[in-house]
Ligand binder design. Structure first.
Ligand code: GLC
Length: 694
């Protein structure tokens, strides 16, 4: 035991007190033995400062002038598909954590998006586990390599906010492992987050906070996680059962922890070994971040690098530029050239009051003056060459006719209308799910009217998750998904509108126009059944040829890219450790530089188990000058061909022919190849004969 001396020094009660918070957002300190506390804060997209709270224990001060930096939220960053950027974001937020004296950032959130209605989708990267994992690995490394701990959350199956603290998720093990746990597994194995936060809900009737199979068997023994397991706040129902299941730190502070754990000891629910084991993990957690050299380094660093908020802001803006996604662009409406229009109409209050994030515990306290307003930057760019007519519109609950008349009057003076739509922060927030997939009725109505009377219309959507049009989409010449793009989004969108920057975002979730009727959501108040299995997002829509508004991985550019020369070597595998190299070329055939995200999908032909038509296995984001061509190489190992066999209770590979697809989106496949897998321990035939295959 690494900290045996300290642990032997501690009384039972001192040990028990270490197993809960020292407050709302800190670990407990022990002055007698000299164990320091760690401070924690939320905000996957920036450091959250809770300036006002009914419980003063939660209140925090803000040391940064201009407020903490608000970066684009996870669903936006997920659409950047840029691993290097996510490392940079993690590193930048670590700078803010240091400035605020925060040791652990309670992030990233990596739950899969099962329904676009989930109120916290803006805090999650994607509907796909590989995209979430790759970006999550980079983000965790960015924070931890800069001295700030992370807490991978919410483990697991917190895919809705309705009844989140009571619902039991009923799901088969294959779905759980192949889809809902996969991103957690890959991030734990490849980035070693210092902590994992358990979710509120139950799985198969057992609270996540007391689920030994989940916390100990899978997370620790199978995946080799050796960090700290912390509860979500108030997610513990029985301190002793939670400790026995492997949960180490019960947040927030439970003032009855000592008597509750002593009761557990006296009644055989837990042992002193359980307590010592978790105390040791707490000590490792604390001293990894508060070690002598760490404190010395921080003190040496303090003040040596003057905090530069503007530099941080520019990183937030760069991230917005990489995330904004161009969904539609007809008649070369975008980019706008200043000479093209004598006057441009801007509609929607979100042009001057952009919605830059959602609501709940992730809310960053950023001051108003730190937020770029799209309207300001549009005006600044056009200067006095073009008249800008601004009508805030949506915030006026005036009579319909007056506003419609206003729209008609403006249409007499301007040919182009730019409409800003949004889901207000309290519409997408922690603790609730949305009750509608579309924008509000009045936003839809006015957008339709604008599309009816203006020659050209560009629609810009500020949302955290897919929000559908209700009748205006065919009238829009161009549609941009701006996401919740953080404090720099307002200048980023202006630079994309006027072509200073070329958009390069690709949807990190499928955009749909109607909610699936076949899905059990939100359940019956006690249970929710994931009967759809792994068939979520593009895994469902592509497999069953269901219409979507815009597919997973979709995003246009102001230039075009040509894919060619797919080579798969070897074409056949002859042993189970075979790696396969996939090479192809991409050329920028347009007249301006741009970034493209080639996506590699794998699908099994005539599989004996029900499998998605394709699953993302690799991707990259590359920059190409006009006319430039690059060769890309991906390498796949056996994991790219496996499915989880619940009879074997292990990952399994079917021998046979697989499709290797290179796409510009999940539905825009540009190159197709075949790869024949030989898997010596392929029991499929046996299982097939014994009809063991689901
Ligand atoms: C909340 C959230 C979690 C957050 C924690 C601390 O309830 O579920 O994401 O980190 O409490 O604020």
């Amino acid at each position: 035991m690494k900290y045996k001396e300290i642990i032997d020094e501690l009384t039972l009660e001192e040990k028990e007190l270490l197993l809960t918070g020292g407050g709302a957002l800190a670990t407990a300190e022990n002055k007698r033995v000299g164990i320091p506390k760690l401070t924690m804060s939320d905000g996957p997209h920036g450091v959250r400062r809770l300036l006002k709270h009914p419980n003063p224990d939660y209140e925090q001060i803000c040391n940064i002038g201009g407020g903490d930096v608000c970066f684009p939220t996870a669903s936006a960053l997920g659409s950047s598909w840029n691993k290097e950027l996510l490392y940079e974001i993690g590193s930048a937020i670590a700078v803010d954590c240091k400035e605020e004296g925060i040791d652990v950032l309670l992030s990233p959130g990596i739950n899969m998006k099962r329904t676009p209605l989930c109120g916290r989708n803006f805090e999650y990267f994607s509907e796909d586990p590989i995209l979430s994992a790759e970006l999550g690995i980079a983000y965790v490394k960015g924070l931890q390599e800069n001295g700030v701990g992370t807490s991978l959350k919410h483990f697991a199956l917190n895919n809705q906010e309705i009844d989140r603290s009571s619902i039991s998720v009923e799901v088969d093990e294959r779905t759980l492992r192949e889809y809902y746990l996969k991103a957690f597994e890959l991030i734990v194995k490849n980035a070693k987050p210092m902590s994992v936060m358990c979710a509120y809900n139950k799985i198969g009737g057992i609270w996540c906070s007391e689920n030994q199979w989940l916390l100990d068997y899978v997370l620790r023994k199978e995946w080799g996680f050796d960090g700290l397991i912390v509860s979500d706040w108030h997610a513990v129902h029985s301190p002793s059962k939670a400790l026995a299941a492997g949960l180490d730190l019960q947040m927030p502070k439970n003032s009855r922890i000592a008597e509750e754990l002593t009761y557990g000891l006296e009644n055989g629910i837990i042992t002193i070994e359980d307590i010592d084991r978790s105390v040791e993990r707490i000590l490792s957690f604390v001293y990894n971040l508060k070690s002598g050299e760490q404190i010395l380094k921080q003190n040496q660093e303090k003040g040596t690098y003057p905090y530069d908020r503007n530099k941080q802001h520019n990183i937030a803006k760069k991230a917005a530029l990489e995330s904004i996604t161009l969904l539609k662009n007809e008649n070369n409406t975008l980019p706008i050239s200043r000479e093209e229009y004598k006057s441009i109409a801007i509609f929607g209050t979100y042009a001057e009051e952009p919605v830059i994030m959602g609501g709940g515990s992730s809310k960053v306290t950023v001051s108003e003056e730190s937020i770029d307003k799209p309207l300001d930057y549009i005006k600044r760019y056009v200067g006095n060459q073009t008249q800008i007519i601004y009508e805030s519109l949506f915030d006026k609950i005036a009579s319909g006719m007056k506003i419609k008349q206003r729209i008609h009057n403006i249409a007499k003076e301007a040919e182009l209308a730019i409409v800003f739509l949004a889901n207000e922060p309290e519409c997408e927030r922690e603790g609730i799910d949305r009750d509608r997939l579309t924008f509000s009725e009045y936003m839809n109505e006015y957008t339709k009217e604008i599309g009816r009377v203006f020659k050209k219309m560009i629609v810009i959507m500020q949302t955290g998750s897919c929000t559908a049009s209700n009748g205006w989409e065919h009238r829009a010449d161009s549609i941009l998904q701006m996401w919740y793009s953080g404090e720099g989004g307002g200048s980023a969108i202006a630079e994309i509108l006027f072509g200073i920057e070329n958009p390069s975002g690709k949807l990190s979730e499928t955009f749909i126009t109607r909610i699936r009727k076949d899905m059990d959501y939100p359940g019956d108040g006690t249970k929710v059944w994931y009967r759809e299995g792994v068939f979520n997002g593009y895994r469902y829509y592509d497999k069953y040829q269901q219409d979507v508004w815009y597919p997973f991985g979709h995003g246009l550019s102001y230039t075009n890219f040509e894919y060619s020369d797919l080579q798969i070597t070897p074409e056949n595998s002859d042993n189970e450790s075979q790696k396969v190299k996939v090479q192809f070329k991409i050329k920028n055939i347009g007249n301006r530089a741009g970034k493209e995200v080639p996506q590699l999908y794998v699908g099994k032909l005539d599989s004996i188990v029900l499998r998605p038509e394709k699953e993302l296995q690799a991707f990259d984001k590359i920059f190409l000058l006009p006319g430039e061509e690059k060769i890309l190489n991906f390498e796949l190992n056996d994991r790219a061909f496996t499915y989880y066999n619940t009879y074997l209770r292990n990952w399994h590979v079917e021998s046979g022919i697989y499709n290797i697809m290179i796409g510009a989106s999940s539905q825009d496949i540009r190159l197709n190849g075949k790869y024949k897998v030989y898997w010596e321990k392929d029991y499929s035939g046996i299982m097939k004969n014994e009809a063991l295959i689901l």
